[in-house]
Design a protein. Sequence first.
Length: 734
Amino acid sequence: MQIKATVTRIRFRGDSGWAVLDFVDETNLKFVAVGNMPTAFEGAKLELTGDWTVHKTYGKQFTVRSYQEVESDSADAIFRYLSSGIIKGVGIPMATAITKMFGADSLNIIENHPQMLEKISGIGKKKSKAIHDAFMEKRGTQELYMGMQQLGFTMNQTAKIHKLYGDNCVALIKENPYRLISDIESIGFKTADRIAQNAGLLFDSPFRIKAGLRYTLTEAKLDGSTCLPKDTLVFRTAEDLLGVDVIPVENALEELVTAREFVEKAIDGEDMVFLSGLHYCEMHSAVCLDELSNNAAVLPMFDIEGEMARLESKFGAELAPAQRRAVKQAFEDGVLVITGGPGTGKTTILRFIIEIMEQIGLKYELAAPTGRAAKRITDATGREARTIHRLLEYGVFGDESFGRDENEPLEADAVIIDEMSMVDVTLFHALLKAVPCGTRLIMVGDFDQLPPVGAGSVLRDVIMSDTVPVIRLTDIYRQAGRSMIVLNAHRINRGMNPVVDSNESDFTFISRPGMEDALECVVKLCSEHAENGSDGELQVLAPMKANVLGVNNLNSVLQAALNPPGEGKAETKFGEVVYRVGDRVMQTRNNYRMEWTRTKRGEADSDGTGVFNGDIGTVMKISPGGAVISILFDDERLAEYDRSNLEEIELAYAISVHKSQGSEFSTVILPLVYGPPMLMNRNILYTAVTRARSRVIIVGSAKCVEGMVRNTSGMKRYSALGFFLRQLKGKDGV
C-alpha cells in the first residue's frame, strides 16, 4: 500500500534510523508511521510503502517498509522543510523570507539559481552559496538513500553501508556487490547476488564465482564441517548455487588456493578444501594437544589410593573400576578424555579429582561452553565454573578477541572442561593456545550427544583418533540411574525403543499421531503447568524450527495461550515477532558487553557485564514506543535491550534441541509426529531426553519415536582434527 504524506513531527528516531513520525496526508488525515526512515525530516513530502497495523497500546499506525521523497508542491511544506534546521544556516526567519518571496519554487531557486537569494535582505553572495552547498549536500544524501533502495537495500542496510563506504557507496557496490558479504554482517551471498543482478553484473563474473565458492564453504561451516571434498565443493557451487559451467569454478578455486584464502589437502586419500582459518585451527589444535599430552608436569608424590579411599568415606560412594581409572589417570596424563552418558558417574569423578587437587595444592580451572552448562557444573561440584569465553577473558580489550592466549596463558596446574561435545574447533583452538605446556587438560563429555552448533567434531575426533587416553563409562552408577529417564536414554543410545508402559512416572508417552492434536495437547500440558503453579522449570523442545510442531509455530501458539495480549500489558514488534511483558525469551549469542544489574528482593544487589548464548529469562518491562525491553534472567540478572540488539533474543516457550545442549530442565515436553529425516534421528532424541532432570513427556506418534531410534543418519560432517592428531603420532591416515 502506498500513501503520499508530509512529515509534521519527529517523535523519535534512533541511531539505526528506526523512527516514529507524525504525518498528514493529502486529504488532511493525520496519522503516525513507524519504521526505518533515517533521512525523513519535518516538512518532507514522502511516498510511503507499507501496511496499516494496530498496536495494542498505541493504536492504529502505518508500518513503513520503504519510502521515497517526492518534490514538495506547496510553500507551506517547503517552509516546514527549510525551518526544520536540516539546512545549515537556515532558521525560521530566513525560511520565512525565502518562501515568502519564491513560494513553491523555493527549492528550485536554492538548487539551480542560488544567486537569486541575494534579493533577500541579509543574504549576500557568500551566504547564498553556503545555503546552496548545504542544500545539495542533503539532497545528495537523500538521492543516495533512494539509489540504494532501487538496488534492493533496506534503510537499515543502507545506513550501515553508507557509514562504511561513504558517499561513493553506490558506485563501489555496482562494481562488486559481493564485497558486502565480508564487510556487512547482515548481508550474505543470496542478498548480494540479488543486488548484483539489480546492478547488472554478469552472471559468470569472476566476482560472483569466487563469492559462490566462499558461500558454499561458509555454508558447510555453518552446517558443522571444517572442509569439503573438492568435487563436492565444485559441484555444489557450479550446479546447485550458480548455474554455471564447472570449468570456471575450478579455475576460480585454483586462484583462491593460490591466494591462500583456501587450503587444499589430501585427507585420508581424498582431496579436501578448507577455509584457511579453519585449516589452521584444526592443524594447530592437533599440535597443541600433542604437546600437552607429551609434557605433563611431574607432580609431588602422594597416595592416590589413600585419597580415593578417604573421599569414598566422605561422600559415602564407592568408585567403580572405570571411575577409579579415570581419577588416577587425571594425575598421570597430560590430556584425558572422560566420556559417558547420563548416570554413568562423570560428576562423581570430577568431585574426586577436584577434592584431591585441592588436597595436594594444585590450582585448577573449571569451565563449560555455555552459561547454563557452567552453572550446572557449579551446582553439581560446589565449585565455581565459568564459561570458556570468560575463562579466556573474551572481550577484555574491547573487541572480539581473547585476553588469554599463548602470550598470556592461563595460570593453572589443570584445566577441566565439562560438556565437551558442545565445543567447536575455533573455541577449542582458542582454549588450547591459552593452556601452557605442563598444565593438565581434562575433557568431560558425552560422545553420543549432538555435535556442536559450530564447525568441527572436536570430542568425537579426539576420541576416535586413539591418540590420547580415553575413559569410557558405560555402566549406570548413581541412584538416579534407576529412573526411567536415564534407563531410556541408554536404551535409545543402544538402538532400543524407550519403555513407555512402565509404572515409573518420570517418563510418559501421550499418543497424538496428528500434528494439530499433538499441538493442542502440548498447549494443554503447558497451560496446566502454569495454572497449577507447578514447581520446576518446564521446557518444550523440538527438533526443527519449521512446520506445525516446529519451534517457530510452537512459540507463537504457546505465547498466545500462556501470555495473551491484555489491557495495560506492554508489547512491541521486532521483525515478525511480538514481544510482550511476561514472555519467556532466550539469548541466542554471547554478548560480553551487555550490562546487567543483579536484583535481590526487588532491589539492585550488584552489577556486571555479560549475557550468554542459552540464557533464559522473562520480559519484565517494555518502554513506551518499544525502544527498550528489560529482561530478568533466571539467575536474577536484569538487562536492558534496545532495538539494536533485540536480534540477539528470541521467544523461548519452545527451543530447539540443539539450543538445549548443556542445559537441564525439571520437565521436558517433546512433541514428535513428523519431520525431516536429518533431524528426526537417534542423536536428537537422545539429546532431548537427557535434558530432563525429573520428567520427560513425549507427545506424538509412536512410529515417529521408533523411527528416530532406528535413524542413525544425520548431516555428514567433514573435519580433519583426528587426521592431524594421527599424523603427529605417526598412525594410519598419513
